[in-house]
Design a protein around this ligand. Structure first.
Ligand SMILES: [Zn+2]
Length: 409
């Protein structure tokens, strides 16, 4: 059989996905495996066993990131793929897990066929992608990339008051490989889309070219507290009314820049929050996302203009940018490896950006990266009802197989 004719074992991949889902099972069919809990340990143990059965050597770094390496004809940086095994509290069976197990299935397939690649291949499980028990998400991959130091990482405290370093040691995954020292030639991350676009278009594979940039703002609207009964409607300075107009205008702004812009107000605080007082102060956040830096700048200016306009009627409006993350543009060579694999396999596809953040974003500055998506039923994720069809899971793993083979030689 020619290498171009090789396919993964979809049934084995599906069985592995379903087996891991039984660790930390939830009544609605999902899983709960928060980072560095006993459930996380059990999933890691099972994953490590499978990797060793596939003749991989499992290495663990000081952040608990796991790298299962299959030897190549030559030593040197590995062609790696993976994602994360931890979940949300009401997590599904696919978010993260699909990426890790698809990469494992690639290695198992190479092993079955006795295929020797030039470069080593590796399956990666990043620690605490979800950022639930330990608050910052992508912490394992960020530490790998050097964005968080070893001490800060180990001293991070969980919501139940435990040190990251202590919990890592407790579950047996405090490795000795220094952070960032696992050498990768390229990194591919397969993931479920977690949105409705592929399913809506009836397409099987999303070739992810970039990840949206993100900016967070806080807005404070100040009017004046007054008695709700004795103050006539005319001339009031109701901060909530002014804020509501702004929220509406922000939504219009997002719609005007569809489909790529995303503008969301998800939190609102009203003072004094009393049923019989006109609210004098209202605070809210704005979550702005767009795949292009220039458009993020332009939309930020537009938001500033809307806030200026909102001052009419004597309101004070303060706008502060709290956080900014630039768009991630994936490596063109890796993206084309994925695109060629899709073309060879004949799956329907689209090129798209990712709305959510993934471990690949953390390491894209260090390692050539690309991602691929498979459809999520009804676009649902971070929910027990999360679902992807077995044939799409298999298709995604086949694309990964051929992209990795192209890189690994
Ligand atoms: Zn994920």
């Amino acid at each position: 059989m020619k290498p171009s004719e090789i396919r993964v074992n979809g049934e084995r991949l599906w069985e592995s996905l379903m087996a891991i889902a039984e660790i930390g099972p939830l009544p609605g069919g999902g899983s709960c495996r928060l980072a560095l809990t006993d459930e996380d340990r059990a999933a890691r143990d099972l994953f490590a066993t499978w990797c060793r059965e596939a003749s991989c050597e499992v290495r663990v770094d000081q952040g608990g990131n796991m790298f299962a390496v299959r030897r190549g004809r030559h030593e040197g940086p590995a062609v790696a793929a993976g994602s994360h095994l931890d979940t949300q509290p009401h997590g599904g069976r696919f978010d993260g897990i699909f990426g890790v197990l698809a990469a494992l299935e690639v290695v198992r397939t190479l092993e079955d066929r006795g295929i020797e690649t030039e470069r080593p291949t590796a399956v990666v499980n990043w620690t605490n992608e979800e950022g639930v028990r330990f608050a910052s998400g992508l912490i394992g991959s960020s530490a790998f990339a050097g964005d968080i130091g070893l001490e800060a990482l180990h001293n991070d405290v969980s919501i139940d008051g435990k040190r990251f370093g202590d919990e890592l040691a407790r579950i047996g995954y405090l490795g000795d490989l220094p952070l960032g020292k696992f050498a990768m030639h390229a990194y591919f991350e397969p993931h479920i889309e977690q949105g409705p676009i592929l399913e809506g278009a009836g397409q099987v594979i999303g070739i992810v070219t970039h990840v949206q940039g993100l900016r967070w703002f806080e807005v404070e609207v100040t009017g004046a507290d007054r008695h709700a009964g004795s103050t006539p409607m005319a001339g009031r300075k109701d901060s909530l009314v002014a804020a509501s107009r702004l929220v509406g205008a922000l939504n219009e702004l997002g719609l005007a820049h569809a489909p790529d812009a995303r503008i969301t107000v998800g939190r609102l605080e009203v003072e004094p929050n009393s049923p019989s007082t006109i609210p004098g102060r209202t605070r809210f956040n704005i979550d702005l996302r767009h795949p292009e830096m220039a458009m993020l700048d332009r939309l930020e200016q537009e938001i500033g203009r809307l806030c200026e306009k909102g001052k009419a009627g004597g309101f004070e409006i303060a706008l502060h940018r709290k956080f900014a993350l630039p768009p991630t543009v994936f490596d063109q060579g890796c993206v084309e490896d994925v695109a060629r694999a899709v073309a060879r396999l004949g799956y329907s596809y689209r090129r798209m950006s990712s709305g959510g953040l993934h471990d690949a974003c953390s390491i894209a500055a260090q390692v050539p990266c690309a991602m691929l998506f498979i459809p999520s039923r009804d676009g649902i994720s971070h929910n027990e009802a999360e679902w992807s069809e077995p044939e799409h899971v298999e298709a995604g793993a086949n694309v990964l197989l051929h992209a990795m083979l192209a890189r690994a030689g």
